[in-house]
Structure formats: structure tokens, C-alpha cells
Design a protein around this ligand. Structure first.
Ligand code: HEC
Ligand code: HEC
Length: 327
């Protein structure tokens, strides 16, 4: 185009031609530009639409994931690990220490419930490793069972290092409902899931008796549950708001069933895998209790099977560790 203009002699037309040419050139450029802009717009539109579609897909996927996660949490671990343990407000109820309650409390605490067996350093030099004399209830660090982060608190009436300043209901809530004096969800080695069904009158007896033992000054650290246990534990505590009636005492089996639950016999006598009792193996033994001398001991099979205690007579059974505690 420009070369044609240059061949004209006068140059005038050339100018015109040049102008025309320029104009049409501009037009063409313009068209091209327009097309390219349009194309670009179209592309952008397409891209935008595409992006929007992706955004929609992403949004829906995200919503679906949240819904699945929500349902997953609801039907698996539940929301408690995230929102904290269920707990009720404390009341100012008091349990009067009557002689009957103190006697029943002593039987339960020193006997079948074995509170001080867990809440005191053991005297391994004596058979059955009883709580150290004169230290009953003063607290125990569970390093000997490979859980150095777990501390069974000092529950003697010492005001500074023990339970001396905790109210009766603080103790009641800890024992049956799994909430510590500081509002924490307790680790369920403290058998509160079992104690949940402890009769109100037995709870009163236990508390009256625990409050009557000598105060022992012993400052122990606080439990620090490792992750993710600290989260999962939040699902364990359950408030007890209704009255719990005295257990059925009408037959030896009914009476025993209550004592076996309170004694948490299954916690040691049912074998576990990853902290869960093996189904169908109730009381079949094999749970390992560590001893400091390195001679770990397995709990016995106490079912009536041939490898259990089916052939023991009553007198033999009475001498067994768990039973002699129950008296
Ligand atoms: C099998 C062992 C075991 C037995 C039996 C046991 N406890 Fe505990 N208890 C624990 C452990 C361990 C803790 C600490 C849990 C934690 O810190 O998460 C605890 C915590 C407690 C607390 C809460 C302390 C706090 O700091 O607020 C109280 C109160 C308590 N136990 C009282 C009792 C009484 C009373 C009994 C008997 C009826 C009893 N326990 C039986 C192991 C036991
Ligand atoms: C802290 C864990 C623990 C708890 C709680 C516990 N036991 Fe045991 N029990 C053991 C261990 C360990 C042995 C084995 C002791 C040994 O061989 O020296 C044992 C032994 C026995 C035996 C002797 C069996 C035999 O082979 O001679 C009987 C019976 C028994 N327990 C019944 C009970 C009953 C009933 C309860 C509940 C009231 C109970 N135990 C609670 C850990 C426990």
C-alpha cells in the first residue's frame, strides 16, 4: 500500500491515497483491534464463566466436605472434643459424716473401690503392693505404668496440696461425672464411667470417709494429657442430674454385679487393644500391670473357663486379691 502511494508523481493524490490508505489501514487495524478485543472479551467471558463454574464447583465441594465432616464428627468422635466436656454447675450440697456413712465409706474406699490404691504411691516391698502407710490418698504420678503425664491427685484433706478446700459437690462431680476440681475432663483411668452408677448414699459415704482420713502434705504436678487424648477425653464426662437409687441387694448376683462395676474389675481383667476392651473377652485376663522390679504381671482370667477360676471353691476365691479387697 505505501509503495503504491510513492509511485504517484504529484504526490498530492499520494497524500490522499496515503490518507485513505492510512484511514483504511487504521480501519483495518481498528477492525483487527476490535476483533481482537472482542475475541479477548469473548475469551475473558469464557474464562470468567469457566472461573465462575470452578468457583461454584469449589463452593459446592466445600459445602459437601463441611457437611460430611459435620456428619462424620457427629457420628464418630462427636462435637465434645472441639467444644469441651459436658459439665453441670456446682451446688452447695453437703454430705453429713454420720457413723454409718463413715463405716460404709471405709469399706468402699479401702476395699472394693480401692481409691487409695491409685491415689497413693505403692509399697512394692509388701505383698499386693498396698498404698504406702501413712500416705494414703496423697497422690501418685503414673510414671510406673508408663504414663508419666498422668497424676492421681492428692485427695486427702490437706488444704494447700490436697482436697481440703474443695467442696463436697466438687468431689461428687469429680467422682461420678469426671470433672476435676479445676473444671478439666478427667482421664478415665479414674473409673468415673463406672462410678456414674454409684448410689447417692454410697457417694455420700465415700466423700464423708475421704474427708476423714489424715491430711498429707504432698504437692504433685497436674495431669498433662498428650494430644490427641486431651481432645478425645472431652467426650467422656457425663453429668449425673437424676437421683441414683441404692443398688438391688436382693440376690448375691445383683449385689455382686454392683460391686464388680464399682470395683472396675473389668478395667484390669478384660484384655484391651488400643485402650478398647476386646469383645467377647470380658474378664478373660491378660491385662499387663507393670511392676518396678521389671516383673510385669498379667491380670488373671477370672471367668469360669478351665483356664479361669471355674474350679475355685468359695474359700479359695475369698483369698484372691480382688475379692479380698471386696471383703
Ligand atoms: C484405677 C485408678 C483410680 C481409682 C480406683 C480411683 N482414682 Fe481418682 N483418679 C485417678 C486418676 C489417674 C486421676 C487423675 C485424672 C486426671 O488428672 O485426668 C483421678 C482423679 C480423681 C479426682 C479429681 C482430682 C482433681 O484434681 O480434681 C478425685 C476427686 C478422685 N480421683 C477421687 C477418687 C475417689 C474418691 C476414688 C474412689 C471412689 C477414686 N478416685 C478412685 C485414678 C483413680
Ligand atoms: C488394678 C488392676 C486390677 C483391678 C481393678 C482388679 N484386679 Fe483382680 N487381679 C489383677 C492382677 C494383675 C491379678 C494377678 C495378680 C497376680 O498374679 O499376682 C489379679 C488377680 C485376681 C484374682 C486371682 C485369680 C487367680 O488366678 O488366682 C481374682 C479372683 C481377681 N483378681 C478378681 C478381681 C475382682 C473381683 C476385681 C474387682 C472387685 C478385681 N480383681 C479388680 C488386677 C486387678
Amino acid at each position: 500500500m505505501v509503495s503504491v502511494v510513492c509511485q504517484k508523481p504529484d504526490g498530492e493524490g499520494g497524500h490522499v491515497a496515503l490518507a485513505d490508505a492510512r484511514a483504511s489501514d487504521t480501519n483495518r487495524h481498528g477492525n483487527a483491534l476490535l476483533i481482537s478485543i472482542l475475541n479477548k472479551k469473548g475469551k475473558e467471558n469464557l474464562e470468567q464463566m469457566g472461573r465462575r463454574r470452578w468457583k461454584n464447583i469449589l463452593g459446592i465441594t466445600l459445602l459437601a466436605l463441611i457437611a460430611i465432616l459435620g456428619l462424620g464428627i457427629t457420628f464418630t468422635i462427636g462435637w465434645r472434643p472441639l467444644i469441651g466436656a459436658k459439665k453441670r454447675a456446682l451446688t452447695d450440697r453437703k454430705f453429713e459424716a454420720t457413723p454409718q456413712r463413715l463405716a460404709r465409706g471405709k469399706y468402699l474406699v479401702d476395699g472394693v473401690l480401692g481409691c487409695f490404691g491409685c491415689h497413693t504411691d505403692a509399697d512394692w516391698s509388701k505383698p499386693g503392693a498396698p498404698p504406702r502407710e501413712g500416705r494414703e490418698g496423697s497422690g501418685h504420678v503414673w510414671a510406673d505404668q508408663d504414663m508419666p503425664w498422668l497424676i492421681a491427685s492428692n485427695i486427702t484433706p490437706d488444704k494447700e496440696t490436697g482436697a481440703g478446700n474443695w467442696s463436697d459437690d466438687t468431689l461428687a462431680r469429680a467422682i461420678r461425672e469426671g470433672i476435676g476440681h479445676d473444671g478439666r475432663a478427667l482421664f478415665p483411668i479414674m473409673p468415673y464411667p463406672n462410678y456414674q452408677q454409684m448410689a447417692d448414699e454410697d457417694l455420700a459415704s465415700v466423700i464423708a470417709y475421704v474427708r476423714s482420713v489424715p491430711a498429707v502434705r504432698n504437692q504433685s504436678p497436674t495431669t498433662r494429657m498428650p494430644f490427641p487424648l486431651n481432645f478425645f477425653m472431652q467426650a467422656m464426662p457425663q453429668p449425673v442430674i437424676a437421683a441414683v437409687a441404692a443398688p438391688d441387694q436382693s440376690t448375691p448376683v445383683a449385689r455382686g454385679s454392683y460391686l464388680v462395676r464399682m470395683g472396675a474389675c473389668a478395667n484390669c481383667h478384660t484384655p484391651q487393644e488400643k485402650g478398647q476392651p476386646l469383645p467377647g473377652m470380658d474378664f478373660a485376663g491378660g491385662f499387663i500391670v507393670k511392676e518396678p522390679n521389671g516383673k510385669d504381671v498379667a491380670s488373671s482370667n477370672i471367668t469360669p473357663a478351665a483356664s479361669g477360676i471355674g474350679y475355685y471353691n468359695d474359700a479359695t476365691i475369698r483369698q484372691c486379691p480382688g475379692i479380698s479387697m471386696a471383703g
